[in-house]
Write a protein of this length. Structure first.
Length: 291
C-alpha cells in the first residue's frame, strides 16, 4: 500500500488539491486510490502518535487505523492532504528557522504505517509572501512572536528541505514552488493521484481559471480545444500566454506588509529563496516539478 501525505505547506493550497482529488474520487477509486479527508484521519493520527511516543505501529494497529478511516477495502494508494500536518500557523517559524519541525513531523507520519510505501508532497513559497499571508492567521497576530528571534534573511527553505530528506530515509519526496502552480497544476494533481495517462481526471484547468477574466477563460478553452494533441509543454505555453494576456487585475500581485520589511529586505529574501530553489531542485532524494 502507498500512503501519500500532501504536507501543504501553509498558505499554498487553500484545500484546492484535496477538493480536486475528491471531485475525481469515483475515477480514482476505480484505479485503486482512496482520498481521506482530514476529518477522517486527524483524531486517529493524533491519538496514535501520542500513544506511540516515537515508536512505530504494529501490524494490528495499522489495520485498526485503516479500518477506521477508509471506506474501501485494501486500496493500493491512500492520499491525505492538509497543511495541519505541519502544525498551527505559529509553527511556520521556529527558533531554528523556517519549518524546523518538518523532518520530525514527516518521520512521525512514516511510523504510523511502517509497512506501507510512504510518499510526501510539499509546496514551498517565497518566505516574504508566505509570512505576509500567515501573519493575519497567526493567533494574536504578533510578528515578533511569529519570527521567534529570526531575521528575515535567515529563513532558508534549503535547510528545511534538507531536514526533511534526512528524516524520511529515502522515501519519495516531490516538491514544487507555489509561484509555479498556475502552470503545473495538472501535473501536480496527476502525480499526487498516482494516475497514469489512461486515467481521466478533471480540474486540471481550475487553478488558472481562477486567475483569468471570463473572456480569458473562454479564449483559453478555445485554444486548448483547437489542439490535435496537447503536450505538456504546449499546454504550459497556452497557460502562460493566457496569464500574460487575460489575468484578472491584481490576480498575480502579492504585497508584502510585514513590520520592518523594506523593499531591500524583500529583494534579499527573494534572492535567497531563488538560490534555495536552485539547490533543492538538484538535491538527491527530491523530485522537483519545474514549470
Amino acid at each position: 500500500m502507498q500512503m501519500v501525505y500532501h504536507l501543504g505547506v501553509h498558505a499554498t493550497d487553500g484545500d484546492r488539491l484535496l477538493r480536486t482529488l475528491l471531485d475525481n474520487r469515483d475515477q480514482l477509486h476505480k484505479a485503486g486510490t482512496e482520498i481521506v479527508a482530514p476529518e477522517r484521519h486527524k483524531d486517529i493520527f493524533d491519538e496514535a502518535l501520542q500513544s506511540l511516543a516515537g515508536g512505530s505501529s504494529t501490524p494490528e494497529m495499522e489495520q485498526i487505523m485503516l479500518d477506521a478511516m477508509l471506506d474501501g477495502d485494501n486500496p493500493q494508494r491512500v492520499i491525505m492532504s492538509t497543511a495541519t500536518f505541519m502544525g498551527a500557523y505559529g509553527r511556520v517559524v521556529g527558533r531554528e528557522g523556517l519549518y524546523p519541525q518538518i523532518g520530525r513531523r514527516a518521520a512521525a507520519l512514516t511510523r504510523l504505517f511502517p509497512s506501507a510505501r510512504t510518499e510526501f508532497f510539499v509546496a514551498i513559497r517565497n518566505p516574504a509572501t508566505l509570512l505576509s499571508d500567515v501573519l493575519p492567521l497567526f493567533a494574536g497576530g504578533d510578528y515578533t512572536e511569529l519570527m521567534q528571534g529570526n531575521q528575515p534573511q535567515t529563513l532558508r527553505w534549503r535547510d528545511a528541505i534538507q531536514r526533511l530528506v534526512a528524516s524520511v530515509q529515502g522515501r519519495r519526496i516531490v516538491i514544487w514552488c507555489h509561484e509555479d502552480v498556475p502552470l503545473i497544476w495538472p501535473e501536480i494533481i496527476r502525480l499526487v493521484a498516482g494516475a497514469g495517462p489512461d486515467v481521466t481526471l478533471t480540474g486540471g484547468s481550475s487553478y488558472i481559471h481562477e486567475l483569468l477574466t471570463d473572456d480569458g477563460v473562454a479564449k483559453l478553452r478555445d485554444a486548448m480545444s483547437s489542439q490535435d494533441r496537447l503536450s505538456v509543454s504546449r499546454r504550459r505555453e497556452l497557460f502562460a500566454e493566457a496569464i500574460a494576456a487575460d489575468a484578472q487585475e491584481d490576480a498575480l500581485d502579492q504585497s508584502v506588509d510585514l513590520p520592518g520589511w523594506t523593499q531591500e529586505v524583500v529583494d534579499q529574501v527573494t534572492e535567497t529563496y531563488r538560490a534555495d530553489v536552485a539547490e533543492i531542485a538538484v538535491l538527491p532524494g527530491v523530485e522537483f516539478i519545474l514549470p
